[in-house]
Write a protein that binds this ligand. Structure first.
Ligand code: NG6
Ligand code: CA
Length: 488
């Protein structure tokens, strides 16, 4: 019906959850947490079972999503502190700049975590450029880093929202600043205690990573964050003009600290992590309702996905482990967030576009990094040479016209792994095999690993010793890609 020879410019909404796992949604087999809105979207669209982020944590995953490049090509793409400078080159084509240049109005709402400001970092009390607007978004309403990192304020376009100039913000990560209490010194003030880390400045009764002072009128209230982001997203959708729109809606759920609005407490039967997923599902429902009210739901391409795999105890004593109630956030996959096993990078990915895409399921290998080239193909846009270099046009797979996506993908979590057809090889590394604080099988190991995901999706049987020729060929191919791309 559609394809690269017939350019189209559908409205597009990309919903990226934070740490939502392959097993967290009803449409992926979860029987416990109710996710009716995402399940309906998936039923009416295409559900991908082999969709991936490049990386098992946020910053590199989102870097590759927006730039179309493997993050490990570039230094400084690991998990960023909240006062980092922008790590995306403003001269390069990105997913939003491509669409803006194709005539879209574009917005980023929600989690950013890609840095703000020039080499000296962000000026919280002044002009916060470069940021989302310099890489292709017309407007933004964002949380600078993560909900557990300072500064706990929203940024709208180029400034902190609701900042009182008489109470300027200061942020440090290397040493305390100001005289506000920290979680380490005053655990008695906390409404949510830390299980590891998260014991620096207390904001809204929660210890954070990093120190901040000032900006009291601008500070967010965690319980209201989902509503706040959703309202901004809905307003953007409702601000319709004659251009198509692209909305990057990056929720903070279900990342820690999990402090959903009280109306969601107890709704999942799986504790506060499940309740945060119910809240996420509600946000998706409200986005869909806004599209329906605008009479554009039938011809809007909506993707619901996640930046990396799930984690249960990520540093707050929120009972999430004890309350799981049999729920398996990664479903059948091994590992989770931080892991080179599939639980780290294989993510939920549902695409609904009734005007062009028939409902169904797909096993095509696709990656978030491919959206730039695929949207270029869809909209008939050219990507300048040298930009979005690792992004592949997998549009036929995304539209359900082909069962084939990429042939292979490099995954990143400490070490690298190569997924090629059904086989996956993990390079030998000195990285940790297990992370006790989060109870995660990281999968890094000194010996080579190879798994046959067709027979063993849970990566239980290492075939590297039994099938050494195939394992060596895959690891050689991985080493070759790494060396070639690292050369730039
Ligand atoms: C870790 C944090 C974790 C989370 C993660 C980034 C501690 C102990 N752990 O360092 O809570 O913030 O960074 O998550 O501080 S991500 O989804 O943004 O990649
Ligand atoms: Ca994440």
């Amino acid at each position: 019906m559609t394809g690269s020879t017939h350019p189209l410019r559908p409205n597009s909404v990309l919903v990226v959850a934070d740490d939502l796992g392959f097993g967290d949604l009803g449409c992926y087999g979860s029987e416990r947490i109710p996710t009716p809105n995402v399940d309906r979207l998936a039923r009416e669209g295409l559900l991908f079972r082999n969709a991936h982020a490049t990386s098992a944590v946020c910053t590199p995953s989102r870097y590759s999503l927006l730039t179309g490049e493997y993050p490990w090509r570039k230094e400084g793409t690991g998990i960023l502190p909240g006062n980092a400078a922008l790590i995306i080159d403003t001269d390069r084509t990105t997913l939003p700049s491509l669409l803006r240049d194709a005539g879209y109005r574009t917005a980023a709402v929600g989690k950013w975590h890609l840095g703000l400001g020039g080499p000296d970092g962000p000026d919280w009390n002044g002009d916060l450029r470069p940021g989302p607007l310099e890489i292709g978004f017309d407007t933004c309403f964002i949380m600078p880093a993560t909900c557990d990192r300072v500064p706990c304020v929203y940024v709208q376009d180029h400034a902190v929202a609701n900042l009182d100039p008489g109470d300027p913000i200061s942020v440090r990560y290397d040493a305390p600043i100001g005289d506000e209490p920290t979680g380490r010194e005053r655990p008695d003030l906390l409404k949510l205690r830390s299980s590891h880390g998260h014991d620096q400045t207390i904001i809204n009764g929660i210890g954070r990573i990093g120190y901040m002072t000032g900006g009291r009128s601008a500070r967010w209230v965690d319980e209201e964050m989902a509503d706040t982001f959703t309202e901004h997203a809905v307003q953007f959708i409702e601000r319709a003009d004659d251009r198509p729109f692209f909305l990057y809606f990056a929720t903070h759920d279900p990342h820690v600290p999990r402090v959903p609005h009280p109306r969601f407490l107890g709704r999942s039967g799986c504790g506060v992590r499940g309740d945060a997923i119910v809240q996420f599902d509600d946000c998706v429902g409200r986005i869909m309702a806004a599209l329906e009210r605008q009479s554009v739901a039938g011809d809007t391409l909506v993707i619901v996905t996640s930046d990396n795999g799930p984690v249960v105890d990520d540093g707050y004593a929120d009972h999430a482990v004890a309350d799981l109630n049999g729920h398996r956030p990664a479903g059948p996959l091994r590992g989770g967030k931080y892991s080179i096993f599939e639980g780290g990078t294989r993510i939920p990915f549902a695409l609904r576009w009734p005007a062009a895409v028939a409902p169904g399921t797909s096993d095509a290998l696709v990656c978030l990094m491919d959206l730039t080239a695929s949207m270029a193909a869809l909209t008939g846009s050219a990507i300048p040479d040298g930009d979005a270099r690792d992004s592949l046009d997998v549009l036929p797979a995304l539209l359900g016209q082909s069962p084939i996506g990429r042939d292979c993908l490099v995954e990143q979590a400490g070490c690298l792994a190569l997924l090629s057809g059904a086989l996956k090889a993990i390079e030998p590394s000195a990285g940790a095999t297990y992370h006790a604080a989060t109870d995660t099988e990281l999968g890094n190991a000194p010996e080579p690993q190879m798994y046959d995901l067709a027979a063993d999706l849970g990566e239980r049987t290492n075939l590297a010793a039994e099938r050494p020729v195939e394992a060596a060929a895959l690891l050689d191919a991985l080493a070759e890609v790494r060396t070639r791309l690292a050369r730039g």
